[in-house]
Write a protein that binds this ligand. Structure first.
Ligand SMILES: C[S@@+](CC[C@H](N)C(=O)[O-])C[C@H]1O[C@@H](n2cnc3c(N)ncnc32)[C@H](O)[C@@H]1O
Length: 316
């Protein structure tokens, strides 16, 4: 009997250690990055010529064959209004920034961690005669308040750049600080796929880790990002899959071409490859916290935000 009890106790301890491993190790793979922003800058300083060769001036994997269709779609999805001041966070060589400045008639501040991309962007901006409407600078979007005034942007967007963040929550907080009340934060990115079949979970995590390592990425967990954003006070105005018509979709062969050219994260056996991410567009709105907006369509969220800030309900 005592032997039986002893065995049961040992089994219980082993099970607890395993559970602890699951919580600590597996949880960890989803949230921590093994690099810093400077490493991301060095990666792009080294690889931007290769990105230009394969991707051209829009460095996004999920795209249309004719990239102007992707930019037209994004212009619509972000919902710019003429004359707005917007921030392109993680701007690449300013392909999207130049397109939006020209077609949506917005003024774009653009920031990238890579000096090489800044130099190239400046040249492209000059060639396009857009010096007055696109301004680019080198910097880290984890510290936006070092470069820009608070409450100064109508819109901030991240196009396949947010996932490089070492600290997603900090980046959301910085974006919040830079947005005007009522402003829009738009993120298009890849997020860890949910394993519909439990046995695929390990494959997904392994492939996500490969992406993270190869591209200095920190593929985000959608639910965690929503939690961070809502905790900050953002209104989740939209969360959707990207609706690109099948005939326009590029099919991600561009990623394979890049992998062929550089050897980075080359997938040896496509047959067995488990595609580990989903692409989503997230649109967050910063509440107004102002009496005159009490009757807007986001009435409830605005009210809540005001309550959080000790405003009295009867003031509405
Ligand atoms: C995949 S590229 C996307 C570029 C661009 N959005 C486009 O659509 O062409 C990722 C971009 O994010 C930028 N980035 C990554 N981490 C950053 C950081 N901490 N601060 C600023 N930019 C960053 C990179 O320098 C690069 O320009």
């Amino acid at each position: 009997m005592t032997t039986l009890l002893y065995v049961a106790l040992v089994l219980l301890i082993v099970a607890n250690i395993f559970l602890l491993y699951l919580v600590l190790y597996k949880g960890k793979t989803k949230t921590t990055a093994s690099y810093n922003a400077k490493d991301v800058g060095e990666f792009y300083n080294k690889q931007t010529d290769n990105f230009l060769k394969v991707y051209g001036e829009v460095i996004q994997a999920f795209r249309t064959t004719d990239v102007s269709k992707l930019l037209a779609y994004q212009m619509e999805a972000i919902g710019f209004q003429k004359g707005q001041r917007v921030l392109d966070a993680g701007c690449g060589v300013c392909g999207p920034a130049r397109y939006f400045a020209k077609h949506a008639e917005v003024t774009v501040e653009a920031i990238t961690i890579s000096q090489d991309q800044v130099d190239k962007s400046k040249q492209y901006i000059r060639q396009a005669g857009l010096e007055g409407s696109v301004n680019v600078q080198q910097g880290d979007y984890h510290h936006l308040s070092d470069y820009y005034d608070s409450d100064s942007f109508d819109t901030i967007y991240f196009l396949e750049s947010f996932g490089h963040a070492v600290n997603h929550e900090q980046v959301l907080g910085e974006a919040w600080g830079m947005l005007k009340p009522g402003g829009t934060l738009y993120i298009k990115d890849l997020f860890i796929k949910e394993a519909a079949i439990p046995s695929l979970e390990d494959d997904i995590l392994r492939e996500v880790q490969n992406i993270n390592k190869a591209y200095r990425y920190n593929v985000a967990d959608l639910y965690q990002i929503l939690r961070f954003a809502r905790k900050k006070g953002f209104i989740v105005s939209k969360l959707k899959t990207i609706d690109i018509p099948l005939e326009d979709f590029e099919n991600l062969t561009i990623s394979n071409d890049f992998q062929e050219l550089t050897g980075i994260n080359k997938i040896e056996n496509l047959q067995e490859y488990v595609f580990p991410v989903d692409f989503f567009e997230l649109t967050f709105t910063k509440p107004w916290n102002a009496l005159e907006y009490g009757n807007s369509r986001y009435f409830l969220q605005n009210l809540f935000y005001m309550q959080v800030h000790n405003r009295k309900q009867e003031e509405l």
